[in-house]
Design a protein around this ligand. Structure first.
Ligand SMILES: *Cc1c(COP(=O)(O)O)cnc(C)c1O
Length: 333
């Protein structure tokens, strides 16, 4: 389908103009040369604007439009203590003049740092899940607010509903337009994949526009065997919402789970090396939880010959650098 037709489908959902879009698209010549592999470019979704930016702003543009249509009077979501999604939700709620309640995992740290520090600065009310499963805690806190006569709009983990994923269908349309203007195509897009909305939206967008581009998710938290069925379900829902005549199965998703290391948010040499490499070759800051792991994965794939030197690969920077300040000890030395 044509770009204009896809843009029209997306406009029917009336996304709010929250992001500073389009985000920059730039080559990384020194990094490409140092790796001796394909031509690597970067999509700067760490610069989506509000509250230090990140990929969740694209999803929130669609989600908050629905919250406004439903006349919600409080925005709620959940995540890890250093959740970028929670921080971006707090920023968007502030911009729209809505209160925000965040349910974060576990118990409060001794000192607010990184994203959690910014949540408080942005005026969000933070509640802690303690021993409760995260989504259960979120449901319970939402029910308590409804009891008080409030109308919460509850956003799931990572904003990864079909409506949220539309933000990344739009992201693909945006990069397709930029690439067209430059007269280039990308052979692959590589990025950090976790709750699935980013990869689902990209997969639907690439297929809808019939782009010759592989979508390669570096898994941050899930084994591919359990993640791919979730991605297929979410992508089918997203396609249906946009009335795209597309069907996806588990096999349609390229998920690399070789970089899970010791688990979510645990920094190893993969992230440490990638963070320093991006900083010192290109002056680009990637984060300890998501983009550091994803870039480390991309570097490993390049070393293993996944791409030919004549190919062009897009590293989609999904944000997260505010977490650097909560991980200084793990990154020193
Ligand atoms: C949330 C997040 C991701 C993963 O996006 P999903 O849509 O949840 O898969 C990647 N990078 C950063 C920095 C994030 O905050």
């Amino acid at each position: 389908m044509e770009l204009a037709a896809l843009a029209q489908r997306l406009e029917m959902l009336q996304p709010l103009p929250l992001g500073y879009l389009p985000t920059p698209l730039a080559p990384l010549p020194r990094l490409s040369q140092a790796l001796g592999g394909p031509e690597v470019w970067i999509k700067r979704d760490d610069l989506t604007g509000l509250g230090l930016g990140g990929n969740k702003i694209r999803k929130l543009a669609f989600l908050l439009a629905e919250a406004q249509r439903q006349h919600a009077d409080v925005i709620m979501t959940t995540g890890a203590q250093q959740s970028n999604h929670a921080r971006q939700t707090a920023a968007v709620a502030a911009m729209l003049g809505l209160p925000c309640v965040l349910v974060l995992r576990g118990d409060p740290p001794a000192k607010p740092q990184g994203n959690y520090f910014l949540d408080l600065l942005l005026g969000a009310e933070v509640r802690w899940s303690g021993d409760r499963p995260l989504l259960q805690a979120l449901d319970a806190e939402a029910a308590a607010l409804r009891q008080e006569g409030r109308h919460p709009y509850v956003i799931t983990y990572g904003g990864s509903s079909a409506l949220g994923a539309c933000g990344f269908v739009a992201g693909i349309a945006e990069v397709a337009m930029q690439a067209q203007a430059l007269g280039i195509t990308f052979d692959a897009i590589v990025f950090a994949s976790s709750s699935g909305g980013t990869q689902a939206g990209m997969a639907a967008g690439v297929r809808a526009l019939e782009l010759p581009t592989r979508v390669i998710g570096i898994s941050i938290s899930e084994p591919a065997s359990s993640f791919r069925p979730d991605l297929a379900r979410l992508t089918n829902e997203t396609a249906a919402l946009l009335r795209l005549d597309l069907a996806f199965s588990d096999d349609d998703f390229d998920v690399r789970d070789a970089y899970l290391g010791q688990g979510y948010g645990i920094v190893t040499d993969v992230e440490r090396e990638a963070i320093r490499f991006a900083a010192r070759t290109e002056g680009q800051l990637v984060d300890p939880v998501y983009t550091g792991r994803a870039l480390g994965g991309l570097m490993d794939l390049i070393r293993r010959g996944e791409f030919s030197p004549s190919q062009r690969v897009l590293f989609w920077h999904t944000g997260g650098a505010p977490a650097l300040f909560a991980y200084t000890e793990a990154l020193e030395g």
